[in-house]
Write a protein that binds this ligand. Structure first.
Ligand SMILES: [Zn+2]
Length: 252
């Protein structure tokens, strides 16, 4: 089984629908392929987030209704891998029961998906495309993305280099800082899909802290294994703002 074949088996695999032989084939591919393993992990997270969203959306509905709603959304999600609120609402309306989804909860869910994806991509430590000064890095990004990339200067650490990457569907600048510990900063344009404000907020994914903040239509996500105490000294790069380190559950 190769990576492309695995992709076609992913949904039935996660739904527990594969029979012995097919399941063994998927699992033996996963045992030898980091990339697919990471992919499966993200999809599994997405799946449980959708389950939670359905529970929140229909707290008093019958189990039969919830499972129908879930499988509709799930089918749509598997198909498009990128459910937007409007589509979610259309599916809910399709089963003729009014379902109110908190827009804020939805955006919080979206932010967690971006945090997960940023953490996984940082963990892969892909080679840098340019290893020069912050000024040269900024020049190098010129014209490659729809917005101007500025390299934040953090105290006590220097940018080691950069490359182009993505965070989910968004083309991103990736800037790596190597001292005192490896940190990766993703910078990408976002109208308002991701629930990130001007005040940096700390999330957590795959063993990394992910600090997210926004300047206008540009989102910054810093992935690091520094703890919150060290982060307070690094972030935010702009004077005057404060770091919001409330647990994720209280940030919605
Ligand atoms: Zn693979």
């Amino acid at each position: 089984m190769n990576c492309r074949e695995l992709e076609t088996q992913l949904t039935p695999y996660l739904d527990g629908e594969l029979i012995d032989e097919a399941r063994v084939a998927v699992e033996s591919h996963l045992a030898g392929c980091n990339e697919c393993r990471a992919h499966v992990e993200v999809e599994r997270h997405n799946l449980s987030a959708i389950r939670d969203a359905v529970k929140r959306a229909a707290p008093h509905a019958s189990e039969a209704f919830k499972s129908r709603l879930f499988s509709n959304i799930r089918r749509d999600h598997a198909h498009r891998r990128n459910v937007r609120l409007s589509r979610f609402m259309a599916v809910a309306a399709g089963v003729t029961v009014a379902v109110v989804v908190s827009h804020q909860a939805w955006k919080g869910y979206q932010r967690r998906l971006y945090e997960q994806d940023a953490a996984l991509r940082h963990a892969r430590q892909l080679p840098l495309e340019i290893e020069q000064s912050p000024e040269n890095i900024e020049r190098w990004f010129g014209g490659k993305l729809d917005y101007r990339v500025t390299v934040p200067r953090f105290p006590n650490t220097k940018a080691a280099g950069a490359r182009l990457l993505q965070v989910r569907d968004k083309p991103a600048a990736y800037i790596r800082y190597d001292e005192p510990r490896k940190m990766g900063l993703f910078v990408y344009g976002d109208d308002n899909d991701v629930d990130v404000g001007a005040t940096p907020a700390v999330g957590n994914s795959h063993g990394y802290n992910v600090v997210s903040w926004r300047e206008g239509d540009v989102v910054y996500q810093l992935v690091t294994d520094l703890d919150e105490q060290d982060l307070r000294e690094l972030v935010p790069p702009t004077p005057g703002a404060t770091l919001d380190v409330r647990p994720a559950a209280l940030q919605q």
